[in-house]
Design a protein around this ligand. Structure first.
Ligand code: IPD
Length: 266
């Protein structure tokens, strides 16, 4: 059984509450005959409403805590020591295309340190939770990163640039080629928080991406650490929440992937 502190219970309840209308939107999207402008507007509305529900629920239970959200940006709280970092739909492109692989992601910081994370896929009802010092769980089942030690047997996830994010394209191609040539394969599933949850669950052996935001990774960082994994930025440093790049894996593969990616991108 997962250890759920009152704070984690609050985060879980908020994610579940915001998830219900999000699933209704998702099902409706599949039936809507919409113009090119239509789906984007529909999704923006779903994104904003989900963030609104999350902020309302979290603020009710923890008045004074600050927020950093994908839609709303920074909201200073009276309590300067606590902040929720939220992504209402991580995997927006999947959502828009009817692919049931997206998540609500909520991280909690205390005095600038991440202490709890919730990643919730409302379609599959998979709830990933972690709290500093108390382990990581999927629907109350304890998680542990995979134990593979060698790159050739490993399955690695990544995120790739797209139209409008072309600046990182060449580097991503070079890095991807290096990892493809050294491992059992790469997956690009389209939701960084779920990619990290899958690393925590031992499904993926590692994940890297550049061009990430704090709300994409805050909850995932706690999940992977609590599942026994290593998380760094892509220089091997600790600036993965705000620095935009992140590499995570188990303790054996992390240094190997770091070296491989550094040499490829150099
Ligand atoms: C995106 C997803 C995607 C990743 C992007 C993120 P969003 O988040 O996590 O997998 O490749 O870097 O921005 O925009 O859907 O919340």
């Amino acid at each position: 059984m997962a250890y759920n502190s009152p704070a984690l219970n609050v985060m879980t309840a908020a994610a579940r509450k915001a998830g219900r209308p999000l699933v209704r939107d998702f099902n409706e999207l599949e039936n809507l005959q919409i113009s090119m402008k239509g789906p984007a507007d529909f999704v923006t509305h779903a994104d904003k409403r989900t963030e609104h529900i999350l902020i309302e629920e979290l603020s009710k239970a923890r008045p004074g805590y600050g927020f950093l959200g994908e839609e709303g940006g920074v909201v200073e709280g009276k309590d300067a020591t606590h902040r929720f970092i939220i992504d209402p739909i991580d995997g927006t492109t999947n959502f828009m295309h009817g692919v049931p692989h997206f998540a609500i992601s909520i991280g909690l910081e205390r005095e600038g340190k991440l202490i709890a994370g919730v990643v919730y896929n409302p379609v599959t009802d998979d709830l990933y939770t972690a709290e500093k010092g108390h382990g990581a769980y999927l629907n109350n089942r304890r998680l542990r990163v995979a134990g593979r030690k060698d790159l050739p047997q490993s399955l690695i996830a990544t995120g790739l640039p797209w139209l409008g994010r072309e600046d990182g394209m060449n580097r991503a191609m070079v890095e991807t080629a290096a990892v493809l040539g050294a491992t059992s394969g790469i997956r690009r599933f389209g939701s960084a928080s779920l990619d990290m949850a899958f690393v925590a669950a031992g499904r993926f052996d590692g994940f890297w991406e550049r061009g990430l935001y704090p709300w994409d990774v805050a909850a995932g960082i706690v999940l992977v650490r609590e599942a026994g994994g290593v998380v760094s930025d892509m220089d091997g440093g600790a600036d993965m929440l705000t620095g935009g790049s992140l590499l995570t894996s188990n303790e054996h593969l992390h240094p190997q992937l770091l070296k491989l990616l550094k040499e490829a991108g150099a």
